[in-house]
Design a protein around this ligand. Structure first.
Ligand SMILES: Nc1ncnc2c1ncn2[C@@H]1O[C@H](COP(=O)(O)OP(=O)(O)OP(=O)(O)O)[C@@H](O)[C@H]1O
Length: 244
């Protein structure tokens, strides 16, 4: 897929401007930047879920198609088998009234994919006993794994992960990022991984874009950004990563 010139304004305020990137099957791209840079908004715009009052511009090139990023119904049709989301707060995104297994089955029926909850859970490192659990009986890390299983159960072409490790401890963060990257590579799913933590994604994402106040201030191989940060925002992120 290729995103060309994504822009977003709300009430005359420019929140995203000229954001462009591309990625192919099985590739992983990091979207980096400080808090408020517009990382989550990029994902919401791609999913056709920008705030109702937003004006979105730019084009998504998808296979042979040209989809205007203002065309929310067209983007909605890509959700699931095209683009799936692992949200920041997974626990809040799960249905509290239904078991993990029920939610996995529903997603599979909705998107016409194979529904084997036990296998979907095994792929994300959860044993079969989680099939019958309700969300309140999951730890933060387990809920993130369930959210990943639900997103992968759509069999998407591209997985959008919005700081899925944000609420976890350091060890769990590293495990979850490794799992994300491993599963996406195994299933040839392209990954867009949002993070403010360059050190956390440096090992697993070969390329990155860096946003600051809605503008793309850097892009390219992460190794090159680390070695020679081209702008002050990336330089600060690199310095923090080196300290950590
Ligand atoms: N519904 C909305 N109405 C007005 N402004 C919004 C809305 N949603 C997001 N914004 C603004 O868009 C900007 C980007 O927000 P976004 O959540 O994308 O940042 P982020 O880089 O993901 O930050 P963080 O790392 O803290 O999650 C912020 O200035 C935010 O206030």
């Amino acid at each position: 897929m290729r995103v060309d010139g994504l822009g977003c304004t709300i009430d005359g305020r420019t929140l995203l401007e000229a954001v462009s990137f591309s990625l192919s099957g099985g590739e992983a791209l990091a979207v980096l930047g400080p808090s408020g840079a517009g990382k989550s908004l990029v994902l919401r715009c791609l999913l056709g879920l920008a705030p109702a009052q937003a004006t979105v511009t730019g084009t998504l090139f998808w296979d042979e198609r040209r989809v205007p990023l203002a065309d929310r119904p067209a983007l909605a049709r890509l959700r699931g088998r095209g683009l799936a989301l692992v949200p920041q707060a997974a626990a809040a995104s799960l249905d509290p009234m239904r078991t993990v297994g029920q939610q996995l089955r529903e997603v599979c029926v909705l998107h016409g994919t194979d529904s084997r909850p036990r296998e979907r859970l095994a792929e994300v490192g959860l044993s079969h006993e989680f099939v019958d659990r309700h969300p309140h009986a999951l730890s933060g890390g387990q809920a993130q794994r369930v959210a990943l299983a639900l997103a992968l159960a759509c069999r998407p072409a591209v997985l959008l992960a919005d700081e899925p490790m944000a609420s976890l401890d350091c060890v769990s963060q590293a495990e979850l990022v490794d799992l994300l990257v491993k599963r996406c590579a195994a299933e040839q799913v392209a990954l867009v991984l949002v993070s403010h933590d360059l050190a956390r994604v440096a090992r697993c994402c070969p390329r990155a874009i860096v946003l600051d106040r809605g503008r793309m201030v850097a892009h390219g191989p992460l190794a090159e950004l680390l070695a020679a940060p081209p702008d002050p925002t990336t330089a600060v992120m690199v310095a923090v990563a080196r300290r950590g």
